[in-house]
Design a protein. Structure first.
Length: 263
């Protein structure tokens, strides 16, 4: 059993280290895997996408995620058991966990851990990662019964996120920029089937917002500085510039629409 951590805490402060310490006190032999602590502050959807994309590459375990702009409000704190692989997700009930449980067959059991017997006392109003999510996750990873971690909750009452869907506008496929990584690569909400239906084929050319791009497998298939459309590591389409920054080149921000037409 492992514990994974994903947060928007960054690494400049003590928050991540303190959460590690809390987990170690409760479960000293459980490995901890840091997925990332670089989620954009308050970026719930970004965190949800990273969690969904990352967890299939980790062993099943307890997965603690904290991107929590509503900390200290009436929002619930939850633990959720997934249908597949017995994975358990722990975090705020703001949609952050929902794409991950969707990837693993849905949520089959949930508890509200706001008053969990595993939480630290006194409970801070602003640091639930330390006082609530980390100790609950650690206790579950150490073998505590799921049902005893909090109050029973109907999984149908959990908050979920919905992602925008690509649409056709004449010959153009209108996509959305879901993510922009540190290289400026732009992740789109376009699956392989969407691309095929729009006539986008490997080796072909496309118009992306008035700029020419080649549909290729990897960056080195085009010259440095060229724009490319490719299937990324998460098996959805993305835009990049070989040794450059596609978001900057195209003037894109997260949630912007991107018009793509087969040439």
């Amino acid at each position: 059993m492992i514990v994974t951590l994903l947060t928007d805490y960054g690494l400049d402060d003590e928050f991540v280290g303190v959460c590690h310490g809390v987990i170690r006190r409760a479960a000293p032999d459980v490995p901890i895997v840091d997925i990332t602590h670089g989620v954009t502050r308050h970026g719930v959807r970004e965190g949800a996408l990273v969690l969904r994309n990352s967890l299939p590459y980790t062993p099943a375990g307890v997965h603690v995620a904290v991107v929590d702009p509503q900390v200290g409000t009436e929002r619930r704190a939850v633990a959720v058991r997934c249908a597949e692989e017995g994975r358990v997700l722990v975090g705020p009930d703001n949609g952050l966990l929902s794409l991950a449980w969707g990837r693993f067959g849905g949520a089959v059991e949930a508890v509200d851990v706001s008053r969990s017997p595993h939480r630290l006392e006194p409970l801070s109003a602003t640091f639930h990662g330390r006082d609530l999510f980390a100790p609950v996750g650690a206790a579950l990873a150490a073998g505590a019964a799921f049902a005893d971690a909090g109050d029973p909750l109907d999984p149908g009452e959990l908050e979920t996120l919905s992602l925008p869907e690509p649409r056709r506008d004449g010959a153009a496929l209108v996509a959305h920029a879901l993510t922009i990584d540190g290289y400026g690569n732009v992740g789109l909400n376009v699956a392989h089937s969407d691309a095929m239906a729009a006539g986008i084929r490997l080796g072909g050319r496309v118009d992306v917002g008035g700029q020419d791009a080649l549909v290729v497998q990897t960056f080195a298939d085009v010259q440095p500085g060229d724009l490319l459309l490719y299937e990324d590591a998460w098996r959805t389409l993305a835009l990049a510039v070989n040794r450059g920054d596609a978001a900057q080149r195209l003037g894109l921000k997260v949630d912007d629409e991107v018009r793509i037409s087969a040439a």
